[in-house]
Design a protein around this ligand. Structure first.
Ligand SMILES: C[S@@+](CC[C@H](N)C(=O)[O-])C[C@H]1O[C@@H](n2cnc3c(N)ncnc32)[C@H](O)[C@@H]1O
Length: 271
C-alpha cells in the first residue's frame, strides 16, 4: 500500500462521482495521518481544525496505532479470525486485514464504509486478497450490514466476530440512535464476539474545532466518557477499560498531555 500512496500525486484531479468541494471526513482524517488522498477543501477544513486543536494530529495517529494493537490482541491472543471493520477509512499502513492475517493466518476481514473514495481505494488495495472484502454500506443500517455479510457468506456469524467501530460513532447523531445501532450489530453476533470502539470525548477545547465539521460531509458529535462507556452496556469491558487511545496496552512509555487523551477507546467481549 505504501507504493500506492507514494505514487498518488497530491493533485486536485477529481474522478467522476466524487465531490471534492465539500470537506470529507475520511479525507480529512487521511490528511491528519499525513496521507495524500485529500483535496484542497479537505485540507482547508482540516487546517482550521488543527489551528484550533493541534492535538488532533496526535489523536489521529494514536488512534491508528490503537487499532493495530487491538486487532493484534484479538487475532493473536483471543483467537478471533473474523473482523467487521465499519467506517474503515482510506487504506494506509498496517490495515486491519494485514495485521489480522499476520497474527491469525487465514483471517477474514470485511471493510464497510459509505464513502465512494474509500471504496475505490480499498478495492484497488485488495484486488489480490481472497479473504478480504470492501463493501459500500452505511453504519446507520446495521441489519443490512449483517444480512449482507451473512448472505454472501463472507463471515460465519455463528462464530465470534470482532466489530471495529473505530473513530466512526462520533459521526452518528443522537437522532440516528447510535446505541441502537451498536446493540443491533452485537445482538446479531455469536457469544465471544468482541466490540472495539474509539470515540472523541466532549471537552471544552474541542467544541470549537469540532464545529468545523458542520460544513463537512458529516458533523462530529462529541460525547462524554460516560456516554461512550454506555456503548459497552451488557458486555464485559476488558482491561484497561475506557481510556485514551494512547493508553490502551501501549508498547512504549511516551508522555501524552491530557488533551491528547480526548479520543477514548475500549474493547469488550460479548458474554
Ligand atoms: C475518521 S475515519 C476512521 C477510519 C478508521 N476506522 C480508523 O480509525 O483509522 C471515519 C470513517 O468512517 C466513515 N463513515 C462515517 N460515517 C459513516 C457511516 N454512517 N457509515 C459507514 N461509514 C461511515 C468515513 O467515510 C470514514 O472513512
Amino acid at each position: 500500500m505504501s507504493v500506492l500512496r507514494a505514487d498518488a500525486a497530491r493533485s486536485d484531479h477529481t474522478p467522476p462521482g466524487i465531490d471534492s468541494t465539500t470537506p470529507n471526513v475520511a479525507r480529512m482524517y487521511d490528511y491528519y495521518l499525513g496521507g495524500k488522498d485529500n483535496y484542497a477543501a479537505d485540507r482547508a477544513c482540516a487546517d482550521e481544525v488543527i489551528r484550533q486543536a493541534p492535538h488532533v494530529i496526535t489523536m489521529a495517529r494514536e488512534n491508528r496505532l490503537f487499532l493495530g494493537r487491538a486487532v493484534r490482541y484479538l487475532a493473536g491472543e483471543m483467537g478471533i479470525n473474523q473482523f467487521l471493520d465499519i467506517g474503515a477509512g482510506l487504506p494506509t499502513r498496517e490495515n486491519v486485514h494485514q495485521v489480522a492475517q499476520r497474527f491469525a493466518p487465514g483471517a477474514r476481514t470485511v471493510y464497510i464504509d459509505n464513502d465512494p473514495v474509500v471504496l475505490s481505494h480499498g478495492r484497488a488495495l485488495l484486488m489480490s486478497d481472497d479473504h478480504t472484502w470492501v463493501i459500500k454500506q452505511d453504519l446507520r443500517t446495521p441489519d443490512e450490514i449483517l444480512d449482507t455479510v451473512d448472505t454472501l457468506g463472507l463471515l460465519n456469524l455463528s462464530r465470534p466476530v470482532a466489530v471495529l467501530l473505530v473513530a466512526v460513532l462520533h459521526f452518528i447523531t443522537d437522532d440516528e440512535d447510535p446505541y441502537r445501532i451498536v446493540k443491533t450489530l452485537m445482538n446479531g453476533l455469536a457469544p465471544g464476539s468482541h466490540l472495539v470502539i474509539s470515540h472523541v470525548e466532549r471537552r471544552p477545547d474541542l467544541e470549537t474545532a469540532a464545529a468545523n465539521y458542520r460544513h463537512a460531509s458529516s458533523p462530529v458529535i462529541l460525547r462524554s466518557a460516560e456516554d461512550v462507556s454506555r456503548f459497552f452496556d451488557g458486555m464485559d469491558l476488558l482491561d484497561p477499560g475506557l481510556v485514551g487511545v494512547c493508553d490502551w496496552h501501549p508498547e512504549h512509555v511516551t508522555y501524552f498531555s491530557d488533551r491528547e487523551r480526548a479520543l477514548r477507546c475500549g474493547v469488550a467481549r460479548k458474554p
